[in-house]
Ligand binder design. Structure first.
Ligand SMILES: N[C@@H](CCC(=O)N[C@@H](CS)C(=O)NCC(=O)O)C(=O)O
Length: 210
C-alpha cells in the first residue's frame, strides 16, 4: 500500500503526522509552506478541492479531513497494532463516539471561539459575549471529558489508543486558543501522558503543550 501525506507545520495535519508515527507506517510526506499558497495550486486542488491540509493519498486515492484520515488509519492499520479497537466490538463504538465528538462538537465550539476572539486581521468579528458563552460551554465539555477519564487511564481503558490521540490533539489545540484545561485532575494526568509521548514531541515540534 502506498501512502503520501500532504501536511504543513503547525496545522491540522500534526495529529495525522503523529498517528502515522505511532503506527510506524511508511509514508511519503510533502510539507507545504501554507504562507506561499502552494495548497492552492491546480495540481493540489485536483487532489483536495478545498485547498487545505491534511490530505492522505492512499494508493492514488485522496482522503481528506483529519478526523476521517485518523479513523481510517485506525481501522486499516491500528487494529493489528493494538491502537484501535476492532469493528464489531463495544470499544469500537466508544472510539468512534469520542473521536467524532472531539472534532465535530468540541472542535466546532473552538472554531466559534476563535472567531469571537477576533482572528488576526478580522477585528470586526470580535464578540466578547459570544466568546464568554462558548468558553463556558467548552469548560462544561472538558468537565464531562474529565469525568470519563476518571473511569480509566485512557479513553478505551488501560492502554493508549488513537482515540486518545484524536481527542487529546483537539484539547491541546483548544488550549493554544485560550481554553484553560487546568484544574481537572484526570484530564490533566491524561493530557500530560499524551504530551509526553515521543510521537507528540516529534510531530508537534518540541512538545509545546498546553
Ligand atoms: N477540517 C479540516 C481543516 C483543514 C484546514 O483548515 N487546514 C488548514 C491548516 S490548519 C489549511 O490547510 N489552511 C490553508 C488555507 O486555508 O489556505 C481538517 O481537519 O482536515
Amino acid at each position: 500500500m502506498s501512502l503520501k501525506l500532504f501536511a504543513a507545520p503547525m496545522s491540522s495535519a500534526l495529529p495525522v503526522v503523529q498517528a502515522i508515527a505511532e503506527l510506524g507506517l511508511d509514508c511519503e510526506t510533502v510539507m507545504f509552506d501554507l504562507s506561499s499558497g502552494e495548497q492552492k495550486s491546480p495540481a493540489y486542488l485536483a487532489i483536495n478541492p478545498h485547498g487545505v491540509v491534511p490530505t492522505l493519498v492512499v494508493d492514488g486515492t485522496p482522503l481528506f479531513e483529519a478526523l476521517a484520515i485518523m479513523q481510517w488509519l485506525g481501522e486499516r492499520h491500528g487494529v493489528e497494532r493494538g491502537l484501535w479497537p476492532a469493528p464489531g466490538t463495544p470499544q469500537h463504538l466508544v472510539a468512534l463516539s469520542w473521536s467524532t465528538w472531539a472534532y465535530v462538537s468540541y472542535g466546532a465550539l473552538v472554531s466559534v471561539l476563535n472567531y469571537a476572539q477576533a482572528p488576526h486581521g478580522k477585528d470586526h468579528l470580535h464578540h466578547p459575549p459570544l466568546a464568554a458563552e462558548v468558553l463556558s460551554q467548552l469548560h462544561a465539555a472538558l468537565d464531562r471529558l474529565d469525568a470519563r477519564l476518571a473511569q480509566s487511564p485512557w479513553l478505551l481503558g488501560e492502554a493508549f489508543s488513537l482515540a486518545d490521540l484524536i481527542v487529546a490533539s483537539v484539547v491541546t489545540y483548544s488550549a493554544y486558543c485560550g481554553v484553560n484545561t487546568e484544574g481537572r485532575a484526570h484530564l490533566e494526568r491524561w493530557l500530560q501522558a499524551f504530551q509526553s509521548r515521543e510521537s507528540f514531541r516529534t510531530a508537534w515540534g518540541g512538545g509545546e503543550g498546553k
